[in-house]
Design a protein around this ligand. Structure first.
Ligand code: GTP
Ligand code: SPV
Ligand code: MN
Length: 575
């Protein structure tokens, strides 16, 4: 790679605090990092054209096109390799090539896997140090013969001798985030942002790992993992898949409004799950940090997130206050009178523009979360009792609904749709299908992925989690959210807990089991609003079925019979 990329020098990262601090100093000097008033924290402004995952430049280059499936961008692997070799030729001139050995999951866990990312971005190195277990200990574990996933990243902006660098080098025009599922390698060019550049995250832990999981009989999912304890001290673990910027980080560390209940965080974005010898499904969080959405995060909505980011945090694309702190939309009711926006421009409330980018993010160690679960680092993982699927649905979908069976729950996953968010560069607010919240992250044919889920449920002796669909985002006629969300979501978690325990009441509906009653003690909500949250919109549901039928046609013969028959069963129940 060195002879291809021609870097000025090479650094093998040891993962130490000194190394991290030195890189931060270097980035302050180059204008990439602005030190903040918060201890150990920095603000970074990206290039305004490189602000989120880019789905149109993300490719799955399987040997055969049909194996990437209809939901992925495919290109011939040989042609792509040729293109990449061209792009990477000399791409690191004038820059340092960093070698980042990292482990996804605890080093001693048999669910974990190792990767090595090569990058020319010190920003990536610092983020990877928070997001993964990184450095010398990983190299030791690898030894001479150890297996790892090669991940190659460049911002694609060679630096001429004597020329001053820009704060956020990138090469937007030539961006390509490329996965070779058979070779299990990742090449990413041109972007420095998030999932495009921190290759352990979406590229490895989801796109490549989903292929490994299919082959080896486990799950790599876009899911948070939380521990839920009732007032009597009984604890269960829950995993939940919501599309990007649809509430995983917030649910993972929620402060329950219900007295006596407790939520603890194992993970906020990705879950790797395997059956244990006892037949239960065990989950680990392969990451060690959070790359979380800043806008909307406040002391009221998510006090635990606010505490997690009180120090040692990298903020990307938030606004800067006059006293050297960060701000974003939704952080306080009243915006400050003056800010410097994410674009580096003077900002006042009269500007009529957003001060922070809608996909502004914080990178913080999960160990700083005040409610981090004691088992978050446990190599065995935690046993999962319930799996939730959800999305942003302004109508039709109820607040919560329980599946009749694993197969029905798999159908819930397959039928997730959600309004798009600023986490990806495409249009925002457009309702689209996003099966299992994995549309941008499944490394193979989505129809085969459905089949994998169905097959895993047939495993002998499996003690399968119950499956739920949830929707915090239903709106009234005036466009206001019906449900207060955040800490109040504990009321839904309570019902799920009781169902798992066998004590919760439910009514059967065409869609699945709905709560007979929800605990709304102490919540200021009208009975009509509750009714609307659960309103069975038959017309809407019939339209939903038609829309799904159309969508599933995409998968042709690779749509599993189990999904097809669940859809017809729903259609029949709707009458
Ligand atoms: P990714 O990191 O992109 O995968 O996102 P995520 O699924 O972790 O989403 P996150 O929890 O960061 O939430 C994204 C946005 O949704 C934030 O602006 C939140 O304030 C908002 N949000 C989260 N939970 C709720 C909720 O229960 N109700 C409402 N109305 N908004 C919510
Ligand atoms: C997402 O988009 O789902 C994220 C952010 O979690 S990124 O790391 O950029 O993929
Ligand atoms: Mn995510």
């Amino acid at each position: 790679m060195a002879s291809l990329c021609e870097p000025k020098n090479i650094v093998i990262c040891d993962g130490s605090q000194q190394e991290y601090d030195a890189l931060c100093q270097k980035m302050i000097a180059s204008g990439t990092f602005i030190p903040l008033k918060r201890p150990g924290s920095f603000l970074c402004r990206s290039d305004p054209a490189d602000v989120a995952r880019c789905e149109d430049c993300t490719f799955i280059c399987s040997e055969k096109e049909e194996d990437a499936g209809p939901t992925n961008h495919w290109q011939d692997p040989k042609e792509m390799e040729r293109r990449l070799r061209g792009l990477f030729k000399g791409c690191m001139r004038g820059r340092t090539l960093y070698v980042i050995p990292f482990s996804m999951g605890p080093l001693t866990s048999d669910i974990s896997h190792i990767g090595v990312e090569i990058t020319d971005s010190p920003y990536v190195v610092c983020n990877m140090r928070m997001m993964t277990r990184m450095g010398s200990k990983v190299l030791e574990q690898l030894g001479e013969e150890g297996k790892f996933i090669p991940c190659i990243h460049s911002v694609g902006a060679p630096l001429k001798e004597g020329k001053k660098d820009v704060p956020w080098p990138c090469n937007v025009k030539n961006r390509a985030i490329v996965h070779f599922p058979e070779k299990r390698t990742i090449w990413s060019f041109g972007s420095g942002y998030g999932g495009n550049a921190l290759l352990g995250k979406k590229c490895f832990a989801l796109r490549i790992a989903s292929v490994m999981a299919r082959d080896q009989g486990w799950f790599a999912e876009h899911m948070l993992i939380l521990g839920l304890t009732n007032p009597k001290g009984k604890k269960i673990y829950i995993a939940a898949a919501f599309p990007s910027a649809c509430g995983k980080t917030n649910l993972a560390m929620l402060q329950p409004s219900l007295p006596g209940w407790k939520v603890e965080t194992v993970g906020d974005d990705i879950a790797w799950m395997r059956f244990g010898k006892d037949g239960r499904l065990y989950a680990i969080n392969p990451e060690t940090g959070m790359f979380g959405v800043a806008p909307g995060t406040s002391k009221e909505s998510n006090p635990h997130a606010m505490e997690s980011i009180s120090q040692n945090t990298i903020f990307t694309n938030t606004a800067l206050t006059d006293d050297g702190d960060v701000w974003w939309e939704g952080m306080t009711k009243e915006p400050p009178k003056h800010l410097v926006s994410w674009l580096g421009e003077e900002w006042t409330p009269a500007s009529g523009k957003k001060a922070a980018h809608p996909n502004a993010r914080f990178t913080a160690p999960i160990s700083q979360c005040p409610v981090v679960d004691p088992a978050y680092d446990d190599p065995k993982g935690v046993p999962i009792s319930a799996i939730l699927f959800g999305g942003r649905r302004s109508s039709v979908m109820p607040l919560v609904c329980e599946a009749f069976s694993w197969r029905h729950g798999t159908f819930f996953g397959a039928s997730v749709s959600s309004e798009t968010t600023a986490a990806s560069e495409s249009e925002v607010g457009k309702l689209r299908h996003d099966p299992f919240a994995m549309l941008p992250f499944c490394g193979y044919h989505m129809g085969d992925y459905f089949l994998h889920w169905l097959k895993m449920g047939e495993r002998e002796g499996a003690q399968l989690p119950k499956i739920y669909a949830v929707n915090w985002f239903r709106k009234d006629r005036s466009g206001k959210f019906l449900w207060p969300g955040f800490g109040e979501n504990s009321r839904v978690l309570k019902w799920i807990f009781e169902r798992v325990e066998g004590s919760g009441n439910a009514v059967e509906t065409p869609l699945g089991y709905l709560p007979k009653s929800l605990d709304i003690n102490g919540l200021n909500i009208s009975p009509q609003t509750i009714e609307e949250l659960f309103y069975e919109d038959r017309e809407g549901l019939r339209r939903e079925v038609e829309w799904l039928k159309e969508y599933f046609k995409l998968f042709g013969k690779r749509l599993p019979e189990g999904i097809r028959s669940e859809l017809s069963a729903l259609e029949k129940r709707l009458g």
